[in-house]
Design a protein around this ligand. Structure first.
Ligand SMILES: [Fe+2]
Length: 586
Protein backbone atom coordinates (compact mmCIF):
# COMPACT_ATOMS: atom_id res chain seq x y z
CA UNK A 1 0.00 0.00 0.00
CA UNK A 2 1.45 3.32 -1.11
CA UNK A 3 0.92 6.65 0.64
CA UNK A 4 2.17 9.84 -0.99
CA UNK A 5 2.69 12.89 1.23
CA UNK A 6 2.74 16.30 -0.46
CA UNK A 7 3.70 19.61 1.15
CA UNK A 8 2.51 22.10 -1.48
CA UNK A 9 1.93 25.85 -1.69
CA UNK A 10 3.98 26.45 1.43
CA UNK A 11 7.67 27.10 2.12
CA UNK A 12 9.98 24.09 1.68
CA UNK A 13 7.56 22.26 -0.59
CA UNK A 14 8.35 18.57 -0.68
CA UNK A 15 7.08 15.06 -1.30
CA UNK A 16 7.54 11.68 0.36
CA UNK A 17 6.31 8.18 -0.31
CA UNK A 18 5.89 5.24 2.04
CA UNK A 19 5.14 1.63 1.10
CA UNK A 20 3.51 -0.53 3.77
CA UNK A 21 4.90 1.84 6.39
CA UNK A 22 8.46 1.84 5.05
CA UNK A 23 9.84 5.17 3.89
CA UNK A 24 10.97 4.84 0.26
CA UNK A 25 11.85 8.41 -0.66
CA UNK A 26 11.53 11.97 0.59
CA UNK A 27 12.87 15.14 -1.00
CA UNK A 28 12.42 18.90 -1.15
CA UNK A 29 11.42 20.54 -4.43
CA UNK A 30 14.29 23.06 -4.06
CA UNK A 31 16.81 20.30 -4.85
CA UNK A 32 15.29 20.02 -8.32
CA UNK A 33 14.18 23.53 -9.22
CA UNK A 34 17.28 25.03 -7.51
CA UNK A 35 15.30 27.75 -5.71
CA UNK A 36 16.07 27.81 -1.99
CA UNK A 37 13.03 27.12 0.25
CA UNK A 38 10.85 26.95 -2.88
CA UNK A 39 7.10 27.01 -2.27
CA UNK A 40 4.63 26.09 -5.01
CA UNK A 41 3.65 22.62 -6.18
CA UNK A 42 6.42 19.98 -5.81
CA UNK A 43 6.04 18.40 -9.23
CA UNK A 44 9.64 17.19 -9.58
CA UNK A 45 9.74 15.87 -6.00
CA UNK A 46 6.58 13.83 -6.61
CA UNK A 47 7.97 12.50 -9.88
CA UNK A 48 11.13 11.41 -8.09
CA UNK A 49 9.20 9.72 -5.24
CA UNK A 50 7.05 7.71 -7.67
CA UNK A 51 10.12 6.70 -9.69
CA UNK A 52 11.90 5.59 -6.51
CA UNK A 53 8.88 3.48 -5.57
CA UNK A 54 8.65 2.13 -9.11
CA UNK A 55 4.98 3.07 -9.48
CA UNK A 56 2.77 5.48 -11.41
CA UNK A 57 0.42 8.04 -9.91
CA UNK A 58 -2.74 5.90 -10.40
CA UNK A 59 -1.10 3.19 -8.28
CA UNK A 60 -0.93 5.43 -5.20
CA UNK A 61 -3.53 4.36 -2.60
CA UNK A 62 -3.62 7.44 -0.36
CA UNK A 63 -2.51 11.04 -0.79
CA UNK A 64 -1.82 12.98 2.40
CA UNK A 65 -1.89 16.78 2.41
CA UNK A 66 -0.56 18.48 5.56
CA UNK A 67 -3.12 21.22 5.61
CA UNK A 68 -6.64 21.38 6.96
CA UNK A 69 -8.52 24.49 5.84
CA UNK A 70 -11.20 23.84 8.48
CA UNK A 71 -8.81 23.85 11.44
CA UNK A 72 -9.47 26.87 13.68
CA UNK A 73 -12.00 28.19 11.22
CA UNK A 74 -13.51 30.48 13.86
CA UNK A 75 -10.20 32.26 14.53
CA UNK A 76 -9.52 32.49 10.80
CA UNK A 77 -12.90 34.10 10.14
CA UNK A 78 -12.29 36.54 12.99
CA UNK A 79 -9.06 37.76 11.38
CA UNK A 80 -10.47 37.54 7.85
CA UNK A 81 -13.23 39.98 8.79
CA UNK A 82 -10.72 42.41 10.27
CA UNK A 83 -8.23 42.12 7.40
CA UNK A 84 -9.65 42.01 3.88
CA UNK A 85 -6.21 41.29 2.37
CA UNK A 86 -5.92 38.25 4.61
CA UNK A 87 -9.40 37.09 3.57
CA UNK A 88 -8.41 37.37 -0.11
CA UNK A 89 -5.25 35.36 0.56
CA UNK A 90 -7.28 32.67 2.34
CA UNK A 91 -9.61 32.33 -0.62
CA UNK A 92 -6.65 31.98 -2.98
CA UNK A 93 -5.05 29.32 -0.77
CA UNK A 94 -8.32 27.38 -0.47
CA UNK A 95 -8.61 27.42 -4.27
CA UNK A 96 -5.04 26.10 -4.63
CA UNK A 97 -5.67 23.25 -2.22
CA UNK A 98 -8.99 22.33 -3.76
CA UNK A 99 -7.13 22.15 -7.07
CA UNK A 100 -4.48 19.61 -5.98
CA UNK A 101 -6.01 16.70 -7.98
CA UNK A 102 -5.99 18.92 -11.07
CA UNK A 103 -2.40 20.02 -10.39
CA UNK A 104 -1.39 16.37 -10.07
CA UNK A 105 -3.23 15.44 -13.25
CA UNK A 106 -1.46 18.24 -15.09
CA UNK A 107 1.96 17.29 -13.70
CA UNK A 108 1.54 13.68 -14.83
CA UNK A 109 -0.42 14.37 -17.96
CA UNK A 110 -3.40 12.28 -16.90
CA UNK A 111 -7.03 13.06 -16.15
CA UNK A 112 -7.62 13.73 -12.42
CA UNK A 113 -10.28 10.99 -12.67
CA UNK A 114 -7.51 8.43 -13.15
CA UNK A 115 -6.17 9.18 -9.66
CA UNK A 116 -7.83 6.55 -7.51
CA UNK A 117 -6.07 7.51 -4.27
CA UNK A 118 -8.09 8.67 -1.30
CA UNK A 119 -7.18 12.23 -0.30
CA UNK A 120 -6.62 13.05 3.37
CA UNK A 121 -6.12 16.43 4.99
CA UNK A 122 -3.90 16.43 8.05
CA UNK A 123 -3.62 19.50 10.25
CA UNK A 124 -0.21 21.20 9.95
CA UNK A 125 1.05 20.62 13.50
CA UNK A 126 -0.36 17.10 13.73
CA UNK A 127 1.69 16.36 10.61
CA UNK A 128 4.75 17.93 12.29
CA UNK A 129 4.27 15.78 15.39
CA UNK A 130 3.70 12.66 13.26
CA UNK A 131 6.86 13.43 11.24
CA UNK A 132 8.90 13.08 14.42
CA UNK A 133 7.14 10.49 16.57
CA UNK A 134 6.12 7.89 13.98
CA UNK A 135 9.67 7.55 12.61
CA UNK A 136 11.39 7.87 16.00
CA UNK A 137 12.90 4.92 17.85
CA UNK A 138 10.46 5.51 20.75
CA UNK A 139 7.39 3.42 21.48
CA UNK A 140 6.11 6.29 23.62
CA UNK A 141 7.18 9.91 23.98
CA UNK A 142 6.11 13.44 24.78
CA UNK A 143 5.62 15.49 21.61
CA UNK A 144 6.11 19.18 20.93
CA UNK A 145 5.85 21.08 17.67
CA UNK A 146 6.64 24.79 17.41
CA UNK A 147 7.08 26.98 14.35
CA UNK A 148 5.95 30.26 12.81
CA UNK A 149 2.47 29.32 11.77
CA UNK A 150 0.58 26.50 10.11
CA UNK A 151 -3.18 26.03 9.91
CA UNK A 152 -3.36 29.07 12.15
CA UNK A 153 -1.50 27.44 15.04
CA UNK A 154 2.12 27.90 16.07
CA UNK A 155 2.52 25.25 18.73
CA UNK A 156 1.05 21.85 19.58
CA UNK A 157 1.89 19.20 22.13
CA UNK A 158 0.76 15.80 23.25
CA UNK A 159 1.83 12.21 23.78
CA UNK A 160 2.64 9.46 21.34
CA UNK A 161 1.99 5.84 22.22
CA UNK A 162 2.54 3.04 19.75
CA UNK A 163 0.65 3.93 16.59
CA UNK A 164 -1.39 6.75 18.16
CA UNK A 165 -0.81 10.38 19.04
CA UNK A 166 -2.95 12.16 21.63
CA UNK A 167 -3.05 15.93 21.25
CA UNK A 168 -3.06 17.74 24.55
CA UNK A 169 -3.08 21.39 23.55
CA UNK A 170 -2.09 24.03 21.04
CA UNK A 171 -1.46 27.75 20.68
CA UNK A 172 -3.11 29.74 17.91
CA UNK A 173 -2.10 32.80 15.93
CA UNK A 174 -0.84 35.44 16.70
CA UNK A 175 1.20 33.86 19.51
CA UNK A 176 4.18 32.10 17.98
CA UNK A 177 7.76 31.33 19.00
CA UNK A 178 8.76 31.08 15.35
CA UNK A 179 7.34 34.52 14.62
CA UNK A 180 9.05 35.87 17.74
CA UNK A 181 12.40 34.61 16.46
CA UNK A 182 11.74 35.88 12.94
CA UNK A 183 10.49 39.30 14.07
CA UNK A 184 13.50 39.97 16.32
CA UNK A 185 15.85 38.65 13.61
CA UNK A 186 14.28 41.13 11.19
CA UNK A 187 14.67 43.90 13.76
CA UNK A 188 18.36 42.95 14.04
CA UNK A 189 18.71 43.47 10.28
CA UNK A 190 18.40 39.83 9.15
CA UNK A 191 15.42 40.07 6.90
CA UNK A 192 15.67 37.24 4.44
CA UNK A 193 13.63 34.06 4.70
CA UNK A 194 15.71 31.55 6.66
CA UNK A 195 18.03 34.13 8.26
CA UNK A 196 17.16 32.93 11.78
CA UNK A 197 20.11 30.52 11.55
CA UNK A 198 22.51 33.39 11.21
CA UNK A 199 21.11 35.09 14.30
CA UNK A 200 21.42 31.87 16.29
CA UNK A 201 25.12 31.82 15.32
CA UNK A 202 25.52 35.50 16.19
CA UNK A 203 23.99 34.91 19.65
CA UNK A 204 27.22 33.28 20.85
CA UNK A 205 29.02 36.61 20.30
CA UNK A 206 26.83 38.62 22.68
CA UNK A 207 25.49 38.73 26.22
CA UNK A 208 21.79 38.37 27.05
CA UNK A 209 21.63 41.79 28.69
CA UNK A 210 18.05 42.63 27.65
CA UNK A 211 16.39 39.61 29.26
CA UNK A 212 14.07 41.69 31.43
CA UNK A 213 12.63 43.39 28.35
CA UNK A 214 12.47 40.15 26.38
CA UNK A 215 10.43 38.54 29.16
CA UNK A 216 7.76 41.04 28.18
CA UNK A 217 8.14 40.15 24.51
CA UNK A 218 7.40 36.48 25.26
CA UNK A 219 5.49 35.84 28.49
CA UNK A 220 5.08 32.53 30.27
CA UNK A 221 3.22 31.29 33.31
CA UNK A 222 4.92 28.00 34.13
CA UNK A 223 2.66 25.85 31.97
CA UNK A 224 3.05 24.43 28.49
CA UNK A 225 2.33 27.73 26.82
CA UNK A 226 3.28 31.35 26.27
CA UNK A 227 1.87 34.63 24.98
CA UNK A 228 3.56 37.27 22.88
CA UNK A 229 3.57 40.85 24.10
CA UNK A 230 1.68 41.97 21.01
CA UNK A 231 2.74 45.62 21.33
CA UNK A 232 6.14 44.54 20.05
CA UNK A 233 4.71 42.96 16.89
CA UNK A 234 2.53 43.85 13.99
CA UNK A 235 1.84 40.54 12.27
CA UNK A 236 -1.50 40.31 14.11
CA UNK A 237 -2.52 43.58 12.47
CA UNK A 238 -1.04 43.17 9.00
CA UNK A 239 -1.89 39.53 8.38
CA UNK A 240 0.05 36.34 8.81
CA UNK A 241 0.28 34.49 5.53
CA UNK A 242 0.98 36.72 2.61
CA UNK A 243 4.41 35.45 1.91
CA UNK A 244 4.14 32.20 -0.06
CA UNK A 245 4.74 33.12 -3.63
CA UNK A 246 5.25 30.91 -6.63
CA UNK A 247 7.55 27.92 -6.89
CA UNK A 248 10.19 29.93 -8.69
CA UNK A 249 10.67 32.36 -5.82
CA UNK A 250 12.07 32.03 -2.35
CA UNK A 251 9.29 32.97 0.10
CA UNK A 252 9.30 36.53 1.39
CA UNK A 253 8.09 37.90 4.67
CA UNK A 254 7.04 41.44 5.51
CA UNK A 255 8.37 43.13 8.67
CA UNK A 256 6.74 41.61 11.74
CA UNK A 257 8.12 43.85 14.52
CA UNK A 258 6.37 47.07 15.51
CA UNK A 259 7.63 50.61 16.06
CA UNK A 260 7.20 49.90 19.76
CA UNK A 261 9.99 47.31 19.61
CA UNK A 262 12.31 49.95 18.18
CA UNK A 263 11.10 52.44 20.81
CA UNK A 264 11.95 50.03 23.61
CA UNK A 265 15.16 48.51 22.20
CA UNK A 266 16.52 51.27 19.98
CA UNK A 267 16.40 51.68 16.20
CA UNK A 268 16.28 48.57 14.05
CA UNK A 269 19.51 47.69 12.26
CA UNK A 270 19.69 48.42 8.57
CA UNK A 271 20.72 45.17 6.81
CA UNK A 272 23.65 47.00 5.19
CA UNK A 273 24.93 48.48 8.47
CA UNK A 274 27.68 46.76 10.48
CA UNK A 275 26.76 44.32 13.24
CA UNK A 276 27.66 45.97 16.53
CA UNK A 277 27.63 45.01 20.19
CA UNK A 278 24.02 46.06 20.65
CA UNK A 279 22.99 43.65 17.87
CA UNK A 280 25.14 40.83 19.21
CA UNK A 281 23.58 41.33 22.64
CA UNK A 282 20.12 41.45 21.03
CA UNK A 283 20.76 38.13 19.31
CA UNK A 284 22.07 36.62 22.57
CA UNK A 285 18.98 37.80 24.43
CA UNK A 286 16.63 36.56 21.70
CA UNK A 287 18.21 33.12 21.96
CA UNK A 288 18.35 33.13 25.78
CA UNK A 289 14.65 33.99 26.05
CA UNK A 290 13.73 31.32 23.50
CA UNK A 291 15.60 28.79 25.60
CA UNK A 292 13.92 29.93 28.83
CA UNK A 293 10.48 29.59 27.27
CA UNK A 294 11.21 26.29 25.57
CA UNK A 295 12.64 24.69 28.71
CA UNK A 296 9.76 25.95 30.84
CA UNK A 297 7.33 24.41 28.38
CA UNK A 298 9.27 21.16 28.20
CA UNK A 299 9.43 20.87 31.99
CA UNK A 300 5.67 21.38 32.16
CA UNK A 301 5.18 18.88 29.33
CA UNK A 302 7.28 16.37 31.20
CA UNK A 303 5.24 16.91 34.37
CA UNK A 304 2.03 16.25 32.42
CA UNK A 305 3.19 13.27 30.38
CA UNK A 306 5.77 11.64 32.68
CA UNK A 307 7.60 10.51 29.55
CA UNK A 308 11.37 10.01 29.43
CA UNK A 309 11.63 10.72 25.69
CA UNK A 310 10.63 13.78 23.73
CA UNK A 311 10.12 14.27 20.00
CA UNK A 312 10.45 17.81 18.64
CA UNK A 313 9.29 19.16 15.31
CA UNK A 314 8.54 22.44 13.54
CA UNK A 315 11.04 25.13 12.57
CA UNK A 316 11.87 25.90 16.22
CA UNK A 317 13.18 22.32 16.53
CA UNK A 318 16.07 23.39 14.28
CA UNK A 319 17.39 25.45 17.18
CA UNK A 320 20.29 23.08 17.82
CA UNK A 321 21.70 25.32 20.56
CA UNK A 322 18.51 24.97 22.63
CA UNK A 323 18.13 21.27 21.76
CA UNK A 324 21.63 20.54 23.02
CA UNK A 325 20.72 21.84 26.49
CA UNK A 326 17.48 19.87 26.91
CA UNK A 327 19.18 17.08 28.88
CA UNK A 328 20.58 19.65 31.34
CA UNK A 329 17.54 21.89 31.62
CA UNK A 330 14.65 19.41 31.63
CA UNK A 331 14.05 15.90 32.99
CA UNK A 332 13.89 14.39 29.48
CA UNK A 333 16.51 11.70 28.91
CA UNK A 334 16.04 10.99 25.23
CA UNK A 335 15.34 13.18 22.27
CA UNK A 336 14.48 12.70 18.61
CA UNK A 337 14.44 15.41 15.98
CA UNK A 338 13.84 14.32 12.42
CA UNK A 339 16.31 15.79 9.86
CA UNK A 340 13.56 17.73 8.04
CA UNK A 341 12.06 19.14 11.23
CA UNK A 342 10.70 22.16 9.35
CA UNK A 343 7.89 22.29 6.84
CA UNK A 344 9.51 19.95 4.30
CA UNK A 345 9.03 17.25 6.94
CA UNK A 346 5.26 17.70 6.73
CA UNK A 347 5.26 15.43 3.67
CA UNK A 348 6.41 12.42 5.67
CA UNK A 349 4.39 13.53 8.71
CA UNK A 350 1.13 13.60 6.77
CA UNK A 351 1.89 10.24 5.14
CA UNK A 352 2.67 8.56 8.48
CA UNK A 353 -0.34 10.20 10.12
CA UNK A 354 -2.55 8.52 7.52
CA UNK A 355 -0.73 5.19 7.89
CA UNK A 356 -0.98 5.01 11.68
CA UNK A 357 -3.51 7.44 13.06
CA UNK A 358 -6.13 7.08 10.32
CA UNK A 359 -5.58 3.56 8.98
CA UNK A 360 -4.43 2.08 12.30
CA UNK A 361 -1.41 0.17 11.03
CA UNK A 362 1.21 -0.83 13.64
CA UNK A 363 4.63 0.87 13.76
CA UNK A 364 7.32 -0.79 11.69
CA UNK A 365 9.86 1.86 10.69
CA UNK A 366 12.59 3.91 12.37
CA UNK A 367 14.42 6.66 10.50
CA UNK A 368 18.03 5.72 11.14
CA UNK A 369 19.58 7.78 8.39
CA UNK A 370 18.74 10.86 6.34
CA UNK A 371 19.46 9.53 2.87
CA UNK A 372 16.03 9.54 1.20
CA UNK A 373 16.74 11.73 -1.82
CA UNK A 374 17.99 10.98 -5.34
CA UNK A 375 21.03 8.75 -5.87
CA UNK A 376 22.99 8.14 -9.05
CA UNK A 377 24.52 4.93 -10.42
CA UNK A 378 28.28 4.64 -11.13
CA UNK A 379 27.41 4.80 -14.84
CA UNK A 380 25.49 8.04 -14.38
CA UNK A 381 28.38 9.54 -12.39
CA UNK A 382 30.90 8.46 -15.04
CA UNK A 383 28.72 9.92 -17.77
CA UNK A 384 28.43 13.21 -15.88
CA UNK A 385 32.23 13.39 -15.53
CA UNK A 386 32.74 12.51 -19.20
CA UNK A 387 30.30 15.18 -20.37
CA UNK A 388 31.71 17.86 -18.05
CA UNK A 389 34.39 20.48 -18.48
CA UNK A 390 36.61 18.60 -16.01
CA UNK A 391 38.88 17.02 -18.62
CA UNK A 392 39.36 20.24 -20.53
CA UNK A 393 40.50 21.98 -17.34
CA UNK A 394 43.53 19.73 -16.91
CA UNK A 395 42.21 17.91 -13.86
CA UNK A 396 43.71 14.67 -12.62
CA UNK A 397 40.83 12.16 -12.73
CA UNK A 398 41.06 8.61 -11.41
CA UNK A 399 38.62 5.85 -10.54
CA UNK A 400 39.57 3.94 -7.40
CA UNK A 401 38.19 1.01 -5.40
CA UNK A 402 35.95 2.03 -2.50
CA UNK A 403 38.59 1.35 0.22
CA UNK A 404 41.15 3.51 -1.55
CA UNK A 405 38.84 6.44 -2.19
CA UNK A 406 38.38 7.11 1.53
CA UNK A 407 42.11 6.75 2.18
CA UNK A 408 43.12 9.11 -0.63
CA UNK A 409 40.46 11.65 0.25
CA UNK A 410 41.44 11.56 3.94
CA UNK A 411 45.08 12.24 3.00
CA UNK A 412 44.02 15.30 1.03
CA UNK A 413 41.98 16.68 3.90
CA UNK A 414 44.82 16.08 6.36
CA UNK A 415 47.09 18.03 3.99
CA UNK A 416 44.75 21.02 4.28
CA UNK A 417 42.86 20.52 1.03
CA UNK A 418 39.14 21.24 0.70
CA UNK A 419 37.18 18.20 -0.46
CA UNK A 420 33.84 18.02 -2.24
CA UNK A 421 32.32 14.68 -1.19
CA UNK A 422 29.40 13.36 -3.22
CA UNK A 423 28.07 9.87 -2.45
CA UNK A 424 24.87 7.84 -2.55
CA UNK A 425 21.41 9.34 -2.02
CA UNK A 426 20.89 13.00 -1.21
CA UNK A 427 20.09 14.06 2.33
CA UNK A 428 16.52 14.76 3.41
CA UNK A 429 16.37 18.07 5.29
CA UNK A 430 18.60 21.15 5.21
CA UNK A 431 21.80 19.60 6.60
CA UNK A 432 24.49 17.94 4.51
CA UNK A 433 25.28 14.73 6.36
CA UNK A 434 28.12 13.18 4.44
CA UNK A 435 26.55 12.49 1.04
CA UNK A 436 26.55 16.04 -0.36
CA UNK A 437 29.20 17.63 1.88
CA UNK A 438 32.27 19.80 1.67
CA UNK A 439 34.80 18.30 4.06
CA UNK A 440 37.91 19.89 5.57
CA UNK A 441 40.48 19.54 8.35
CA UNK A 442 38.94 20.59 11.71
CA UNK A 443 42.38 20.95 13.35
CA UNK A 444 43.36 24.09 11.45
CA UNK A 445 42.34 27.28 13.24
CA UNK A 446 42.26 29.15 9.92
CA UNK A 447 40.08 26.61 8.10
CA UNK A 448 36.88 28.56 8.80
CA UNK A 449 38.32 31.68 7.19
CA UNK A 450 39.74 29.67 4.29
CA UNK A 451 36.36 28.06 3.60
CA UNK A 452 34.63 31.42 3.78
CA UNK A 453 37.16 33.11 1.54
CA UNK A 454 37.26 30.35 -1.03
CA UNK A 455 33.75 28.90 -1.15
CA UNK A 456 31.03 29.76 1.30
CA UNK A 457 31.28 33.56 1.67
CA UNK A 458 29.30 33.43 4.90
CA UNK A 459 29.25 35.86 7.81
CA UNK A 460 32.21 35.28 10.13
CA UNK A 461 29.93 34.57 13.10
CA UNK A 462 28.33 31.53 11.49
CA UNK A 463 29.92 28.29 12.69
CA UNK A 464 30.88 25.24 10.67
CA UNK A 465 29.90 21.82 11.96
CA UNK A 466 31.89 18.75 13.00
CA UNK A 467 31.16 15.15 11.95
CA UNK A 468 32.53 12.71 14.50
CA UNK A 469 32.78 8.93 14.51
CA UNK A 470 29.91 7.88 16.76
CA UNK A 471 32.26 5.77 18.88
CA UNK A 472 34.46 8.83 19.62
CA UNK A 473 31.64 11.24 20.51
CA UNK A 474 32.25 11.15 24.27
CA UNK A 475 35.96 11.68 23.78
CA UNK A 476 35.36 15.03 22.04
CA UNK A 477 32.00 16.23 23.40
CA UNK A 478 30.57 16.55 26.88
CA UNK A 479 27.53 14.55 25.82
CA UNK A 480 27.49 11.41 23.75
CA UNK A 481 23.77 10.98 23.11
CA UNK A 482 23.52 10.18 19.37
CA UNK A 483 23.01 13.16 17.11
CA UNK A 484 22.93 11.69 13.59
CA UNK A 485 21.10 14.63 11.99
CA UNK A 486 23.00 17.67 13.39
CA UNK A 487 20.00 18.75 15.42
CA UNK A 488 21.83 19.37 18.71
CA UNK A 489 24.90 21.40 19.64
CA UNK A 490 26.99 19.93 22.46
CA UNK A 491 29.90 21.48 24.33
CA UNK A 492 33.25 20.39 22.99
CA UNK A 493 35.37 19.08 25.86
CA UNK A 494 37.61 21.97 26.98
CA UNK A 495 40.79 19.98 26.32
CA UNK A 496 39.59 19.23 22.77
CA UNK A 497 38.67 22.79 21.76
CA UNK A 498 42.22 23.44 20.61
CA UNK A 499 42.31 20.09 18.84
CA UNK A 500 39.29 20.89 16.63
CA UNK A 501 39.16 24.71 16.61
CA UNK A 502 37.62 25.11 13.13
CA UNK A 503 34.18 23.63 13.91
CA UNK A 504 34.14 24.77 17.57
CA UNK A 505 31.85 27.79 17.97
CA UNK A 506 32.80 30.80 20.09
CA UNK A 507 30.70 29.46 22.99
CA UNK A 508 32.65 26.17 22.95
CA UNK A 509 29.89 24.12 21.32
CA UNK A 510 29.72 22.21 18.07
CA UNK A 511 26.60 21.33 16.09
CA UNK A 512 27.74 17.80 15.62
CA UNK A 513 26.82 14.87 13.45
CA UNK A 514 27.55 11.50 15.02
CA UNK A 515 28.37 9.06 12.22
CA UNK A 516 27.84 5.32 12.53
CA UNK A 517 29.10 2.69 10.13
CA UNK A 518 25.54 1.42 9.66
CA UNK A 519 24.05 4.80 8.73
CA UNK A 520 26.78 5.88 6.30
CA UNK A 521 29.58 3.35 5.74
CA UNK A 522 31.49 5.48 3.20
CA UNK A 523 31.47 8.66 5.23
CA UNK A 524 32.31 6.69 8.39
CA UNK A 525 35.31 5.21 6.56
CA UNK A 526 36.46 8.64 5.40
CA UNK A 527 36.41 9.97 8.98
CA UNK A 528 38.11 6.83 10.31
CA UNK A 529 40.88 7.13 7.71
CA UNK A 530 41.32 10.78 8.65
CA UNK A 531 41.51 9.65 12.29
CA UNK A 532 44.14 7.02 11.39
CA UNK A 533 46.32 9.68 9.79
CA UNK A 534 45.84 12.48 12.32
CA UNK A 535 44.66 10.82 15.53
CA UNK A 536 41.48 12.94 15.32
CA UNK A 537 38.36 11.05 14.15
CA UNK A 538 36.49 14.28 13.41
CA UNK A 539 36.09 16.25 10.17
CA UNK A 540 34.62 19.64 9.43
CA UNK A 541 31.44 19.20 7.38
CA UNK A 542 29.55 21.89 5.52
CA UNK A 543 26.94 21.61 2.82
CA UNK A 544 28.01 21.07 -0.79
CA UNK A 545 26.76 24.31 -2.34
CA UNK A 546 27.62 27.93 -2.94
CA UNK A 547 24.67 30.23 -2.18
CA UNK A 548 22.15 27.80 -3.70
CA UNK A 549 20.26 24.70 -2.53
CA UNK A 550 22.58 21.78 -1.72
CA UNK A 551 23.76 20.09 -4.93
CA UNK A 552 21.62 17.14 -5.93
CA UNK A 553 22.93 15.73 -9.24
CA UNK A 554 26.59 14.93 -10.03
CA UNK A 555 26.49 17.64 -12.72
CA UNK A 556 25.71 20.26 -10.06
CA UNK A 557 28.52 18.98 -7.85
CA UNK A 558 30.97 19.26 -10.75
CA UNK A 559 29.82 22.78 -11.61
CA UNK A 560 30.10 23.87 -7.97
CA UNK A 561 33.58 22.31 -7.78
CA UNK A 562 34.70 24.16 -10.90
CA UNK A 563 33.11 27.44 -9.88
CA UNK A 564 34.61 27.54 -6.40
CA UNK A 565 38.08 27.03 -5.01
CA UNK A 566 37.63 23.48 -3.81
CA UNK A 567 40.77 21.37 -4.30
CA UNK A 568 39.54 17.81 -4.59
CA UNK A 569 36.26 16.24 -5.65
CA UNK A 570 35.05 12.73 -4.91
CA UNK A 571 32.02 11.53 -6.87
CA UNK A 572 31.31 7.96 -5.88
CA UNK A 573 34.50 6.11 -6.85
CA UNK A 574 35.91 8.92 -8.96
CA UNK A 575 38.52 11.25 -7.52
CA UNK A 576 39.31 14.56 -9.20
CA UNK A 577 42.23 16.80 -8.25
CA UNK A 578 42.55 20.35 -9.45
CA UNK A 579 45.92 21.04 -11.03
CA UNK A 580 48.53 22.62 -8.74
CA UNK A 581 48.77 25.59 -11.12
CA UNK A 582 45.19 26.44 -10.24
CA UNK A 583 46.24 26.48 -6.61
CA UNK A 584 49.08 28.91 -7.24
CA UNK A 585 46.62 31.34 -8.78
CA UNK A 586 44.54 31.46 -5.60
FE1 LIG B 1 5.41 24.32 10.21
Amino acid sequence: MYILGINAYHGNSSAAIIADGRLIAAVEEERFNRVKYAAGFPTAAIHYCLDAAGITLPEVDHIAIPRNPWARIGTKLFYALRMPSFAAERIKVLGQFAGIPEALGKAFDISPREIRARFHRVEHHQAHLASAFFVSPFDEAALLSADGLGDFASTMWGTGQGNRMHIDGSIAFPHSLGMYYTAVSQYLGFRKFGDEYKVMGLAAYGEPVYLEEFRKIVRTNGGVGFRLGLDYFKHHRTGPEMSWRDADKTPELGAMYSDYMAERLGPARDPAAPVEKVHRDGAATLQARLEEVLFEMLRALHARTKQKAVCLAGGVAFNCVANGKIFDETPFERIFVQPAAGDAGLAIGAAYFVHHQILGHPRSFVMENAYWGPGYSPEQVRAAVAASRLRGEGMEISELPEELIAKEAAKEIAAGKILGWFQGRAEWGPRALGNRSIVADPRRPDMKDILNARIKHREMFRPFAPSVLAEATGEYFEKSYPCPFMTQAYSVRPEKREVIPAPTHLDGTGRLQTVTQEANPRYWRLIREFGNITGVPVVLNTSFNDNEPIVCRPEEAIECFLRTKMDVLVLGDILVRKPETAEVQR
